[in-house]
Design a protein around this ligand. Structure first.
Ligand SMILES: [Fe+2]
Length: 272
């Protein structure tokens, strides 16, 4: 069994700045420490965008020491709150292709494809939907062709499907139709992982399974209509754990603040 850890929507801010009283760097650091302690045998960590809250150099500089110290390879992609240029200025070793943060990593017979759905530059803090432009769609097609008969998992910040949260649905991947037409033509695409929604959501779109991993920081309440995209709660932070076997792709979500070492497993709590 192979393990892939997934973190998303960390929204790291500058020192002294919080989101709804959450110090988002500390929150991510706590989740990362928890995941590395529980799953030191994971073979990769995937960060699915909105690493920084405002795409500032100072925000990426706070993230960098954590990534430098990480003993497991990290793949990352940007979200709508990120700034590609500033991210690369601080993390210059991040792989790119065609100027985008789109990469491929293989885990045995499984190919992980990491997409860059950031719609910029220009980087505008009032524009939050995502896009795969013609160049990025062509890159994705080549990555899928090159996968041959490997099982493929696609990671992207923006969901390519409306999930019933109307505020968030309005800022999903804008060219979701073209994306789905492309990936559906490759039957070895097994699952799509996204962030952006700050909420655990799963289902399938036109037969293709997807899972949205919630944020390490703030979360989105289940308010379907009349919801602004910025509606949030301070629910517990989480990360995802993907378990791969030749037959299965299993996704767990771990609310790491509710899974502390101080809570004994139930069987140990039984009286003698
Ligand atoms: Fe986002």
């Amino acid at each position: 069994m192979q393990k892939i850890l997934v973190f998303t929507d960390m929204h790291i801010r500058e020192a002294g700045q919080t989101i709804r009283d959450i110090e988002t760097l500390d929150r991510f650091a706590g989740g990362l420490e928890h995941a590395l302690r529980r799953h030191p045998d994971a073979e990769r960590i995937v960060l699915m965008g909105d690493l920084a809250n405002s795409g500032k150099i100072a925000e990426y500089e706070r993230l960098k020491p954590l990534l430098d110290a990480c003993p497991i390879p990290v793949s990352l992609m940007p979200g709508n709150h990120d700034n590609r240029d500033n991210l690369l200025a601080v993390l210059p070793d991040t792989p790119t292709s065609g100027g985008f943060l789109q990469t491929v990593a293989d885990a045995g017979d499984t190919r992980l494809i990491m997409l860059d759905t950031l719609d910029g530059p220009p980087y505008r803090n009032d524009h939050h939907s995502g896009v795969l432009c013609d160049d990025r769609m062509a890159w994705l097609r080549a990555a899928l062709d090159d996968a041959r008969d490997r099982r493929v998992l696609v990671f992207m910040h923006h969901p390519p499907v409306a999930v019933g949260l109307d505020g968030m649905d309005a800022i999903r991947l804008t060219n979701d139709r073209a994306f789905l037409d492309l990936v559906k033509s490759y039957p070895n695409v097994a699952h799509i992982f996204t962030g952006h929604l700050h909420r655990t959501v799963s289902g399938n779109v036109e037969g293709l399974g997807f899972t949205v991993v919630k944020s390490t920081a703030i979360q989105t309440p289940l308010v379907l209509e009349g919801q602004g995209a910025s509606m949030s709660t301070t629910g517990p932070g989480a990360y995802g754990l993907i378990l791969l076997t030749p037959q299965s792709v299993v996704i767990h979500t771990e609310d790491f603040q509710m899974a502390g070492e101080d809570v004994p497993p139930y069987r140990d709590a039984l009286p003698e």
